[in-house]
Design a protein around this ligand. Structure first.
Ligand code: PLP
Length: 374
């Protein structure tokens, strides 16, 4: 039996979006002016309205994208261009979907100012007090699950007249989100993190200031994300979000209980464990390091025992580099190497947690032996 504890990477699709997707898979171009185009447009409009209601935004503010990565890129690069360049304020623990466009902007002359981070949380906000082209910060970190003070960040940036992008990819569908209440300029989300289809992204973008176009084409989605829309994915995303939001409060309590069982169980069985998930954090996250062990060996040994977890750092290429998030938290490079991220979600059960606890002591001991040999 397999035990999936990598929900922050992607979550199994719920049945409602599968049904919504299948129902609308044959829809044609919602831009068509004839009957089949109008029919597709109605499904798209319904999806847009439902998403707007669930995230407390205006329907016109909902931009469908093909991933969270795309939403982050369009916002960061687009807001920078709309401002005509200048200084950018960012947290150093951002996902590569934000960090990489920032690097690209830096190469074009942007000055990036990093907000200080203490124990994984952005602390000093003084850099936000002078006007900037944009500020960007994630709502919750994908590795540690630690929640960032986004309300304070938005308020401080707004006072200086600086547009703010919030990467809420780990939060949407897991905690309440009010785009209106938050007051951010843009916000990114991704359907596969809340049980929707992969490659279903969302960008919420206020009317003004709007990101300048990064992609150029037929003008769909207010010109911010041109390209023929995938109506089936939009409908599936809305359906998944509706179910996720309905279950969110109960799920948070349930997952917090499971996470505690996992955390306490690991600490009771294994010596010398660093727990990186501390303070206010997403309920399903438990990011730890087992100093002396290699994360890659741990992941392989866990996999052999039927347990699917990850080292946590976003490395699509499979190259295990030291996590920039843990380094920014002050974790030593050696200790970052033994990192494992367990993330629980909708399908997680006590059996999944107990399966980890049954083998963790021996697994870490073996990985530490291999670490000593290497
Ligand atoms: N931002 C954060 C915080 C994430 O965790 C992820 C995915 O891991 C992304 C952005 C990118 O989302 P997507 O996988 O939809 O491109």
């Amino acid at each position: 039996m397999r035990h999936f504890l990598d929900h922050a990477a992607t979550s199994p699709m719920r049945q409602v979006p599968v049904d919504a997707w299948v129902e609308h898979a044959g829809m044609l171009n919602p831009g068509g002016q004839y009957a089949s185009g109008r029919a597709a447009r109605r499904v798209l409009d319904d999806a847009r309205e439902l998403i707007a209601t669930l995230l407390d935004a205006d329907p016109v503010e909902v931009i469908f994208t093909a991933s969270g990565t795309e939403a982050d890129n369009l916002a960061v690069t687009g807001l920078y261009r709309a401002a005509g360049g200048g200084r950018v304020v960012a947290s150093p623990v951002e996902h590569p979907a934000v960090l990489e466009p920032l690097k690209a902007l830096k190469a074009l002359g942007a000055e990036i100012e990093w907000l200080p981070v203490t124990e994984g949380r952005v602390t000093g906000l003084a850099a936000l007090d002078a006007p900037a082209a944009l500020a960007t910060c994630m709502w919750a970190n994908n590795e540690t699950g630690i929640l960032q003070p986004v309300e304070d960040i938005v308020a401080r940036a707004e006072a200086a007249g600086t547009p703010v992008h919030i990467d809420a990819v780990q939060v949407v569908g897991h905690r309440p989100v009010s785009f209106r209440g938050l007051g951010a300029t843009t916000l990114a989300a991704s359907a596969h993190k809340f049980g929707g289809p992969r490659s279903g992204g969302l960008l919420l973008a206020r009317r003004s200031p709007a990101p300048a176009p990064v992609l150029h084409g037929g003008g769909q989605e207010r010109g911010i994300r041109p390209g023929t829309l995938d109506v089936a994915t939009a409908a599936a995303t809305a359906a998944a979000l509706q179910e996720a939001v309905a279950e969110m409060a109960a799920e948070e309590t349930r997952l917090a209980g499971l996470r505690e069982r996992l955390r306490e169980g690991i600490l009771a069985r294994v010596d010398d464990v660093l727990v990186h998930t501390r303070g206010p954090a997403l309920a399903g996250h438990l990011h730890v390091s087992f100093p002396g062990a290699e994360g890659d060996s741990l992941i392989m040994l866990l996999d052999t025992a039927g347990i699917e977890a990850s080292t946590g750092s976003a490395c699509a290429s499979g190259v295990n580099r030291a996590s920039h998030v843990l380094l920014a938290m002050g974790v030593s490079e050696a200790d970052t190497r033994g990192a494992v991220r367990f993330t629980l979600g909708r399908t997680s059960t006590e059996e999944d947690v107990d399966a980890v606890l049954a083998i963790i002591e021996e697994t870490v001991a073996r990985a530490r032996l291999a670490g000593m040999a290497g």
